[in-house]
Design a binder for this molecule. Structure first.
Ligand SMILES: [Zn+2]
Ligand SMILES: [Zn+2]
Length: 399
């Protein structure tokens, strides 16, 4: 009996050791890659052929609602993280805008939007200069119309999270959050979360990266809607830097700076930003409305050189466009990285073709909603090669 118990103890210890070693290797394999080298060996900058793009954090809460940091603290975190722009979106208030916080802060463009509580869930209203809310249970279409008429964009927040978006019949809503850093870890298994806790003090970069997975359900919702109309998708941080404990106590975690380095939306504006906050807000919001943007798991590697375009002879159109089908139209994806990647092209949600390389060029077979995803190849001794989601494009609709 004693011998049996000892054997059990040894077995349990061996399993625990294996779990720790496997976890350590796995989290290590999730570490950031240094930025892709260019011919000159410096950090990549978009070449002259790439239109200007700006990387930012969308969906941030401050002490104006349930966030833990003041606007000044959030601005500092955004500057440290190297953001180009940041959309503050406190719950049901535009007060930070009225208090004069919107504008450039040493190179960082702080824009104030709002997260509006509606009958169908939480809705981001970006680029609206006035406070908006839903008037009565049937007032949702009017709210979305009002946002649109005021020059803003409306985006369903955490559509598959704990407070999901429930009304997909509203016509004019511009888009949805494909990734939400505050929701995405919640569907992970108990063991995965336990592993994250164990390694958080030692390998925080890898731990945060390991918790973001391909948003299967949000992609299905996106594609379902995109067959009927253009839909913008973004990656948001939903940063609070505040986990409530009991009474007035809370944990200042995860930090704003950490979240700003985890998920970003890169917005491709037609022209360079000017330094004038009003004009630049309009340019960014207009590009978001068009879907001229892409989502990056910035924690793996910045992606300033990514592009996804449809070409026809000398003409080319980018993400967010809708075009008619013509024989000979080709899709072109480039995804420079300092390590191995896999580019996968989807037509109506179904994988069409993929390549292990930094470029893909393919003639399209017919109409459809096309988007691309880029994966970073990461391997460990015990698990072999794994592919981890790095970039999701917006769609090009071919009708
Ligand atoms: Zn929310
Ligand atoms: Zn939120």
């Amino acid at each position: 009996m004693l011998k049996f118990r000892n054997t059990l103890k040894v077995l349990a210890a061996a399993c625990f050791l294996l779990w720790i070693v496997d976890g350590c290797l796995l989290i290590q394999s999730e570490s950031p890659r240094s930025a892709a080298p260019t011919a000159a060996g410096s950090a990549p900058v978009p070449g002259p052929e790439l239109p200007p793009r700006y990387s930012g954090a969308i969906h941030v809460h401050s002490t104006y609602s349930d966030g833990g940091g003041t606007v000044a603290e959030i601005v500092r975190a955004g500057q440290h993280a190297g953001l180009d722009f940041l959309f503050l979106t406190d719950h049901d208030t535009l007060q930070p805008r009225f208090d004069g916080h919107q504008g450039y802060h040493d190179g960082l463009l702080l824009l104030v939007g709002e997260e509006v509580n509606t009958s169908a869930g939480h809705l981001l209203a970006l680029g609206v200069g006035k406070d908006v809310d839903q008037d009565g249970p049937l007032g949702l279409p009017a709210l979305i119309e009002e946002i649109s008429e005021a020059g803003g964009v409306s985006i369903a927040a955490h559509p598959t999270g704990r407070r999901p978006w429930t009304d997909w019949t509203v016509e004019k809503m511009d888009g949805l959050e494909l990734l939400n850093a505050n929701s995405d870890w919640r569907d992970d298994g108990v063991l995965e979360l336990l592993r994250a806790l164990v390694f958080l003090p030692f390998l925080p970069d890898g731990v945060f990266n390991s918790l973001v997975d391909r948003p299967e359900e949000a992609i299905r919702l996106w594609m379902h809607r995109a067959r009927r109309q253009p839909v913008t998708v973004i990656g948001s941080v939903d940063a609070h830097e505040r986990i409530p404990l009991w009474g007035e106590r809370h944990l200042s975690f995860p930090t704003y700076e950490r979240m700003f380095g985890l998920i970003r939306t890169y917005v491709i504006t037609g022209t360079e930003l000017t330094g004038d906050a009003g004009a630049d807000e309009a340019a960014l919001v207009e590009a978001l409305r068009r879907g001229s943007c892409y989502v990056v798991l910035e924690g793996y590697e910045p992606a300033p050189g990514f592009s996804f375009e449809l070409t026809m002879g000398p003409d080319r159109v980018s993400m967010g466009s809708s075009v008619g089908f013509k024989a000979g139209e080709r899709l072109h994806v480039t995804a420079p990285s300092s390590g191995p990647v896999r580019i996968r092209l989807y037509r109506d949600e179904v994988p069409l073709i993929e390549t292990e390389g930094h470029e893909l060029f393919v003639e399209i077979p017919g109409p459809g909603v096309y988007h691309t995803e880029v994966y970073q190849m990461r391997s460990t001794l015990l698990r072999g090669e794994r592919q981890r989601l790095w970039i999701i494009s917006n769609a090009i609709r071919v009708e």
